[in-house]
Design a protein around this ligand. Structure first.
Ligand SMILES: [Mn+2]
Length: 234
């Protein structure tokens, strides 16, 4: 049996949306991907969490800064309060249950906030001398480099200290949650990856490996290792 991997979706007023590359990467890596809607009932969240062998928090719009006790900065973009609510609650439940968690782009921000961290609401105006983190190059093209801590899970997966990544974000991790550690940064200091600092499997990246894995196989390794971890639940 393949491990069941939940994937969160973006939403607008009346629809859910997910770039197909997310579930294609999970399926290719040996998992059974299922898309998670914006559920409202608490008992549904617990039943879902029991069903899932792991969860991917996907990319999307900004998180309401109220979740980390800040007022909205002028540079804050669109927010989706119902999605925030679902993902934060589900992330905390899954974390308690020690299910493997993988965060991508908004996902790294979501996991950090759910576990008690904070964000830069707009790196362009809140950080000095930032690189271009919202590329206009094709999504599969890497545009900046990240430096990876050698003693990290991330390093053990990609097996290199520097990795070229794509970049589609204007927010980033500010204060990292106590349960997490920073394991990769861009040259300007912007946090590009975090992972668990305890026995749980939590890995999150600020770039979009799902848009790169078909051409750059080191990014597929992230999905492969994550799905392998999901399979361990049994
Ligand atoms: Mn970036």
């Amino acid at each position: 049996m393949r491990p069941i991997v939940g994937i969160s979706c973006s939403m607008d007023e009346e629809s859910l949306k997910l770039n197909m590359n997310y579930y294609q990467a999970v399926e290719e890596a040996g998992g059974l991907p299922i898309l998670v809607p914006i559920l409202k009932e608490q008992d549904n969240l617990y039943q879902l969490a029991n069903l899932l062998d792991g969860m991917i928090f996907s990319g999307g719009v900004d998180i309401d800064p109220h979740h980390y006790n800040e007022e909205p900065h002028l540079g804050l973009g669109q927010i989706t309060p119902e999605r925030d609510e679902l993902e934060i609650t589900l992330c905390r439940i899954l974390y308690e249950m020690k299910r493997p968690i993988f965060g991508i782009c908004r996902g790294i921000q979501l996991i950090n906030v759910a576990l008690g961290g904070t964000l830069y609401q707009d790196i362009k105006t809140q950080l000095p001398k930032v690189l271009k983190h919202y590329q206009e190059a094709p999504a599969h093209s890497p545009t900046h480099e990240v430096s990876i801590e050698k003693d990290s899970l991330l390093f053990s997966i990609v097996k290199r200290e520097s990795l070229r990544v794509n970049s589609f974000h204007h927010q980033a991790v500010k204060d990292v949650a106590a349960a997490l550690r920073i394991v990769a940064r861009a040259q300007d200091g912007v946090v590009e990856a975090v992972e668990s600092n305890n026995d749980r499997f939590v890995l999150a990246v600020q770039w979009h490996p799902e848009r790169m894995f078909k051409r750059h196989r080191e990014h597929f390794e992230l999905f492969r290792r994550f799905v392998e971890e999901c399979a361990k639940k049994g």
